[in-house]
Design a protein around this ligand. Structure first.
Ligand code: FMN
Ligand code: SF4
Ligand code: SF4
Length: 276
């Protein structure tokens, strides 16, 4: 297949998915000797556009893993607004050292159902959005080298094909996906009001710089007083991005879950993996 452009489409609230997808795309574009374009879908207004790709595009679609799946609030966008036309693609899922569960299979299927031909995939580890210690510093050099390898091998595979393959790449995970992973308390019960948890703002630290309001993927932060006033997907863009360190969760159930994740998954290093 002839490719004239390599594109990324990604959501990345704390930057790990972006870095991983870019490493893969840069390597694919260099291998093919073609230009590269990025479509970031972080902000609400970027998700009002429909992204259409043709048979000469190679698309690297990338998502963070939320509760073992593609983030639910982004599903309508992936379903309705990312369209291919026999477009070769690779699916990339980035997870925080717990598990990617069904997210990669779900993204692969979303692409397949919308006219893409996912020929390759990768599950990569990124620093957990909830934590500064769980998978800290990842993707690291080894993860990014593997992402570049994904880009090169995807490019090579696509260049060798005469036409789009009849089946998508096989990846671990259930299709259709299982329900979203549920955080549980010490008694094994779902954590109460977990979905209602949202970051608080420390007024003593907040400088009213406006960064958080401008970057919240749901447009849920007030520009007047920087309080979280709408729905929150707990992406942690505001928590990790605030230059004054003024945003953080105080919700007891959220903090319990974060500490449990750090205790259970902090000591072992999960390795990023390719599926081709
Ligand atoms: C709401 C939410 C749910 C998450 N669920 C999982 C999960 O099920 N498994 C996992 O390993 N990591 C999970 N993570 C961690 C993210 O997948 C990980 O931090 C990823 O690198 C974030 O990508 P980003 O930096 O591009 O935003 C979750 C993060 C958030 C914010
Ligand atoms: S980014 Fe931080 S300092 Fe800036 S307005 Fe938001 S909470 Fe305040
Ligand atoms: S308010 Fe919630 S959705 Fe918005 S940036 Fe902060 S954590 Fe993400």
């Amino acid at each position: 297949m002839r490719i004239s452009r390599v594109c990324t489409v990604y959501f990345s609230a704390t930057g790990t998915t972006r870095r991983t997808a870019k490493a893969a795309a840069d390597a694919a574009a260099a291998r093919l000797g073609v230009p590269q374009a990025d479509f970031c879908i972080n902000l609400p207004q970027t998700r009002e556009e429909t992204l259409r790709f043709g048979p000469e595009d190679l698309v690297l679609a990338a998502t963070p893993v939320y509760a073992g799946r593609v983030p639910n609030l982004l599903l309508p966008f992936w379903r309705e607004r990312v369209l291919g036309e026999g477009t070769p693609a690779a699916a990339i899922a980035v997870y925080g050292n717990r598990n990617f569960d069904d997210a990669l299979a779900e993204l692969r299927d979303l692409l397949w159902n919308n006219g893409f031909c996912p020929v390759a995939a990768g599950a990569f580890v990124g620093e957990h959005a909830f934590s500064r210690t769980l998978a800290a510093g990842r993707p690291d050099e080894a993860d990014l080298a593997l992402a570049a390898e994904l880009g090169r091998r995807t490019a090579r595979r696509v260049a060798e094909l005469d036409r789009p393959p009849e089946r998508p790449v096989e990846v671990p995970g259930c299709s259709p996906p299982r329900p979203y992973y549920t955080p549980r308390d010490r008694y094994g019960e779902p954590i109460r009001d977990f979905l209602k948890a949202r970051p608080d703002t420390d007024p003593a630290r907040c400088t009213r710089c406006g960064w958080c309001a401008a970057h919240c993927p749901l447009g849920s932060i007030s520009r007047e007083d920087s309080a979280v006033v709408g729905r929150c997907m707990k992406c942690c863009a505001c928590v990790k991005g605030c230059p004054a360190g003024a945003k953080g969760f105080t919700h007891p159930g959220f903090l319990y879950h974060k500490e449990e994740l750090e205790a259970q998954y902090g000591a072992c290093r999960k390795e990023s993996a390719l599926f081709l």
